[in-house]
Design a protein around this ligand. Structure first.
Ligand SMILES: [Cu+2]
Length: 130
């Protein structure tokens, strides 16, 4: 009798824990950082943008307006260009993107063309927001 109660308790626990994990995983797919490439990004989602180097500068990148940006740099970006700085309305956003997994979070932007550079002001790039 006692054993079956314990077993039932364990069963309920497993269902609760399982349900929690399931719900958690489910919500992750909806509200987490669902990342899409540029134009395919859906409303409210973070867009992933990967910087590349082009000569002494950055290749221009294009993003959608009104959605936060998650920016990283691929292996073509070398030296001081791995340290980027953006200036939006007098607010600075800067990070040293040491590896390809380092990310600089940028806010949602209005349409326009924004210039950015390495923190030394040597290499430049254009962020086109459409
Ligand atoms: Cu530089």
């Amino acid at each position: 009798m006692k054993n079956s109660m314990i077993l039932m308790g364990i069963g309920v626990m497993i269902i609760l824990v399982g349900g929690f994990v399931f719900v958690n995983a489910g919500s992750k797919g909806v509200t987490g950082n669902v990342i899409n490439e540029g134009e395919n990004a859906l409303d409210g989602q973070t867009q992933k943008v990967v910087l590349s180097q082009d000569g002494f500068n950055y290749e221009d990148v294009e993003v959608k307006a009104g959605q936060p940006i998650s920016l990283s740099a691929d292996s073509s970006v070398r030296g001081c260009l791995r340290s980027v700085v953006f200036n939006f309305d007098g607010k600075k956003y800067s990070k040293y993107l040491q590896s390809e997994s380092d990310v600089l979070e940028l806010p949602a932007l209005k349409k326009g063309s924004y210039t950015f550079s390495c923190t030394m002001g040597m290499g430049f790039g254009k962020l086109n927001v459409k």
